[in-house]
Design a protein around this ligand. Structure first.
Ligand code: OGA
Ligand code: MN
Length: 298
């Protein structure tokens, strides 16, 4: 299905999955966006939480300019993964800045491998990220697809009983929980250098500040239990909800082409990277991350 965006725009959108994953053509991300173009893109984004812009040969600096249309940019807590030229570029890459594949036993790779777990970006922050923009610079031949789940749809599909059971629950999240998820990283003396971030508490069900829709706020790699619930019970509930939310009917699988730029709304989606042969295949992605607008709430 191809629709022309309204207002006589050149933007052409095509759904790649009924619930999430929409391709956008007719825009050149290397060029500045005017007010009208930005408004149109924003309204498409609010309806389609994960957008794919194929064939965009942008520099990091152009990506930063594009991302700043939507808000201020985060600097990632992991010092080793920041671009040395532009600290607001997070290098989601198994290749270092000198072009060498990271050894599988390096702490930098062990940290990045955690992107293979389902998560939403910056859920360890008091105000998590609004959205992320990712440029596929080098993509592996096999594997390394990225999965995206629509968390509105996952919430809406819950039974009324489950909705009532989880309404008002609060989840603990932390950056330390991310590191704890990796047995290899936690066993090391030197786990890497990260900005210190205290644990935070977030609602399990959140309301999107723009669309007003409710969604499940899960981020398995930062979740550290439910407030006021014994750990085993809390984790069992979070595991059940994660299993539900990542069922293939809610998920788009993005198979990368070089110079795809993708953009997602962290306030209503989750994502995970599919495993690939990271010791032999190069995968270089650069991410810019938009600062959130407010604390999640119901
Ligand atoms: C990210 C991430 C996705 C990918 O950039 O936030 O989790 O495809 N990685 O590498
Ligand atoms: Mn991520």
């Amino acid at each position: 299905m191809t629709l022309m965006a309204d207002m006589g725009a050149k933007l052409a959108i095509t759904r790649r999955h009924p619930l999430i994953g929409t391709e956008v053509r007719g825009i050149d991300l290397t060029k500045p966006l005017d007010r009208d173009g930005l408004d149109r893109l924003n309204s498409i984004w609010m309806e389609h939480p994960m957008l794919v812009f194929p064939n965009q040969k942008i520099t990091d600096e152009q990506q930063i300019v594009f991302a700043r249309n939507f808000g201020e940019l985060e600097v990632h807590p992991s010092v080793a993964h920041r671009s040395s030229k532009n600290p607001e570029v997070y290098r989601v890459s198994n290749v270092d800045e000198q072009g060498n594949i990271l050894p599988s036993e390096s702490k930098e790779w062990q940290y990045l491998e955690l992107t293979w777990l389902w998560h939403t970006d910056s859920s360890f922050r008091e105000i998590p990220s609004m959205g992320s923009i990712l440029h596929g610079i080098e993509v592996p031949k096999d594997g390394g697809d990225t999965l995206f789940a629509n968390m509105y749809a996952a919430y809406e599909a819950l039974s009324d009983g489950t909705k009532a059971e989880i309404e008002g629950l609060t989840v603990r999240h932390s950056h330390d929980a991310v590191i704890a998820r990796s047995a290899k990283l936690s066993a090391r003396q030197d786990k890497g250098t990260y900005t210190e971030l205290p644990p935070v508490e977030q609602p399990l069900v959140r309301r999107h500040p723009v669309t007003g829709r409710r969604s499940l706020f899960l981020s398995p790699h930062t979740m550290d239990g439910i407030v006021g619930m014994p750990n085993d019970k809390g984790f069992a509930l979070l595991d059940d909800l994660t299993k539900h939310a990542t069922h293939e009917r809610f998920v788009y699988r993005h198979s990368w082409h070089q110079d795809d730029v993708i953009m997602w709304d962290n306030r209503c989606t989750m994502h995970a990277v599919m495993p690939y042969d990271s010791a032999n295949q190069r995968r270089i992605m650069h991410r810019t991350t938009i600062v959130g607008d407010e604390r999640p709430s119901l």
